[in-house]
Design a protein. Structure first.
Length: 202
């Protein structure tokens, strides 16, 4: 019952976001007022992901055999993502230096583009790590719950996937909101915003 209440509260928060946007704009806040919706959306998505993750981790991981298999999966997944990130870091450093040359030396792009690229990559890597961590910890819990009923197993599995989706959305909105503050703080021309946002999306 408590879990259903938590999910209902989070669902209501997400449903009320459009209303918050309309109210912010109607109060004369303009674009800056509307941008507060992205902060609310980011916090709501990350909070929802946290609640789901905690619910998953409270599930029974099963007997010793399923826990052992799950640990092996976690170790393999962690080794894989570490190796992947080592290669990705090299690529990011190369592209970051390239963007630095294009922006500060050749003056072809905004000076903020290299840093938007880095923040986008950081949040993307963070989302991947969190998603991998929850997914590899939910496999044994999904299998064990499925012994009770198919519905129980599917609920754990879908909750695990939802964590990844909400983390991607929440961190993406957080990064976007931070760069919006940077854009307004430095009073950048509107023409510079699209390249910065596209770069952070890369």
């Amino acid at each position: 019952m408590k879990n259903k209440t938590k999910l209902l509260i989070c669902a209501l928060v997400l449903l009320l976001l459009p209303v918050a946007g309309v109210l912010a704009e109607s109060e004369g806040g303009g674009e800056m007022g509307t941008m507060w919706v992205t902060w609310i959306g980011s916090v709501a998505a990350l909070l929802f992901a946290l609640i789901l993750a905690l619910m998953i981790l409270k599930k029974d991981p099963g007997n010793e055999r399923t826990r052992t298999i799950s640990r092996h999966v976690q170790e393999g997944a962690l080794a894989y993502i570490k190796q992947q990130y080592k290669v990705v870091v090299i690529f990011f450093v190369f592209v970051f230096v390239l963007f630095l040359v294009l922006s500060f030396v050749l003056r072809l792009i905004s000076n903020f583009v290299p840093f938007a690229f880095i923040t986008g990559g950081f949040f993307s890597a963070l989302a991947g790590y969190i998603g991998m961590t929850i997914a590899t910890r939910s496999n044994a819990r999904t299998a064990w719950a499925a012994q009770t009923s198919l519905n129980s197993g599917l609920r754990v599995a879908f909750s695990s996937g939802t964590v990844m989706g909400m983390v991607v959305v929440g961190l993406g909105l957080l990064d976007l909101s931070i760069w919006w503050l940077v854009w307004t703080a430095f009073d950048l021309p509107p023409a510079e915003l699209p390249p910065i946002m596209i770069t952070f999306g890369m």
